[in-house]
Design a protein around this ligand. Structure first.
Ligand code: SAM
Length: 215
C-alpha cells in the first residue's frame, strides 16, 4: 500500500485493489472529525453519559479514535462502546506503523491486534469479516453510525437499501448516521431504508456530506 500525506499532515494509504485511498486528500483526521464525529454529535452524547457507536469500515481506526478523544474530552466519565466492522487484515496491520495526532490511538492499536479493547469506561469490539454478515450478529443498539466504505462505485455492496435496513434496525430512535457521500443512489437507498436524509456541511470539496436520521 502506498503511503499518502494528506493536507492536514495526517497519513493515509492508497488501496490498489479498490484503486482508492482510505481518506480524502484534504485531510484524513480532519475528515474523521468533520464528516463523522461532529455530525454524529459525539460530544453531546458524551455529555449525556454514554456514547454507542457503530463504526462501519474501521480501516485505520481514525474515525473511532477521534470519536474516543472527543468523547473523553467532553466528559471523562462517559461510557464509550464501539462496535467496528472491517474485513481486511492488511489495513489493520498498517495501524502498527502509524502515530497520528489521536491521543487514544493506543486503544486503536490494541483493537487492531486483539480485535477488542476493554478498560475502564471504554469498550471496543471489532467484528472481522464482511460487514453485511457481521451486522446481523450484533445485539446492541447505537446512537451514532459512521458509514465509511470506499466509494459507491468501487464498494457498492455497502451502499444498498438492504444493508441500510440492517443498520437502521440497530439504531436507537433519533440516532444519527453520517457518511461522506452525497451520491443520489446513496441518498435514495437511505430514504428507502426509512431514514430522514439531510445534507451536512461541505468539507474539503464542494459537495455536502449526508446525514441520515432515524426518526
Ligand atoms: C474508506 S476505508 C475506511 C477508513 C476508516 N473509516 C478510517 O477511519 O481509517 C473503507 C474500509 O472498508 C473496508 N471494507 C470494504 N468492504 C467491506 C465489507 N464488505 N465488509 C467490511 N469492510 C469492508 C475496507 O477494507 C476499508 O478498510
Amino acid at each position: 500500500m502506498r503511503k499518502i500525506i494528506t493536507k492536514d499532515g495526517s497519513i493515509t494509504f492508497f488501496n490498489e485493489k479498490y484503486q482508492e485511498s482510505y481518506h480524502h486528500e484534504s485531510g484524513a483526521l480532519n475528515e474523521a472529525l468533520k464528516k463523522f464525529v461532529e455530525p454524529c454529535k459525539i460530544t453531546e452524547l458524551a455529555r449525556k453519559g454514554s456514547v454507542d457507536v457503530l463504526d462501519v469500515c474501521f480501516g485505520l481506526g481514525y474515525n473511532s479514535g477521534v470519536a474516543i478523544d472527543a468523547a473523553i474530552k467532553a466528559n471523562p466519565d462517559c461510557k464509550i462502546k464501539i462496535i467496528a466492522l472491517e474485513k481486511d487484515e492488511l489495513v489493520l496491520d498498517k495501524i502498527k506503523e502509524l502515530d497520528p495526532d489521536i491521543e487514544n490511538y493506543n486503544v486503536i492499536k490494541e483493537v487492531a491486534e486483539k480485535k477488542q479493547y476493554s478498560r475502564e469506561n471504554v469498550e471496543i469490539k471489532l467484528l472481522f469479516g464482511d460487514a453485511r454478515e457481521s451486522i446481523k450478529t450484533i445485539k446492541s443498539s447505537f446512537g451514532a453510525v459512521f458509514l465509511d466504505p470506499f466509494s459507491p462505485k468501487k464498494n457498492p455492496e455497502l451502499w444498498t437499501a438492504e444493508f441500510f435496513i440492517e443498520i437502521r434496525k440497530k439504531m436507537n430512535k433519533n440516532a444519527v448516521l453520517s457518511t461522506y457521500s452525497c451520491a443520489r443512489i446513496v441518498r435514495d437507498n437511505l430514504a428507502t431504508a426509512g431514514f430522514k436524509v439531510i445534507s451536512g456541511p461541505s468539507i474539503g470539496r464542494k459537495a455536502p456530506i449526508t446525514i441520515a436520521l432515524n426518526i
